[in-house]
Design a protein around this ligand. Structure first.
Ligand code: ZN
Length: 93
């Protein structure tokens, strides 16, 4: 995924990132059970693309799945043509 950061003008490829720490999550689950749930939910909601330079969250996604979208349209257009002719019924008297 290519992103553009409005904060520091960074532009380039980034990977999805989950904020927080897994160890801390486990610790919270064991010691402070309700807090652990909240922390897990928070991590999941915050999961996304971050700027690698300044850790800015609301980055602009460039060309989101555009190539995939194009190939999907192409495969949709290919339709197998089947000519089904109605058979003439010969009525017997
Ligand atoms: Zn940035």
């Amino acid at each position: 995924m290519e992103i553009k950061c409005p904060n520091c003008k960074y532009q380039g490829e980034v990977n999805k990132k989950t904020p927080g720490h897994f160890c801390l999550e486990v610790l919270l689950w064991i010691v402070f059970f309700p807090v652990g749930i909240i922390y897990s939910v928070w991590r999941l909601t915050q999961k996304g693309y971050y700027c690698p330079r300044c850790d800015f969250k609301n980055v602009i996604k460039l060309g989101y799945n555009y190539q995939e979208y194009k190939t999907n349209i192409k495969s949709d257009n290919i339709k197998s043509k089947e000519n089904t002719k109605p058979k003439n019924k010969k009525g017997k008297k």
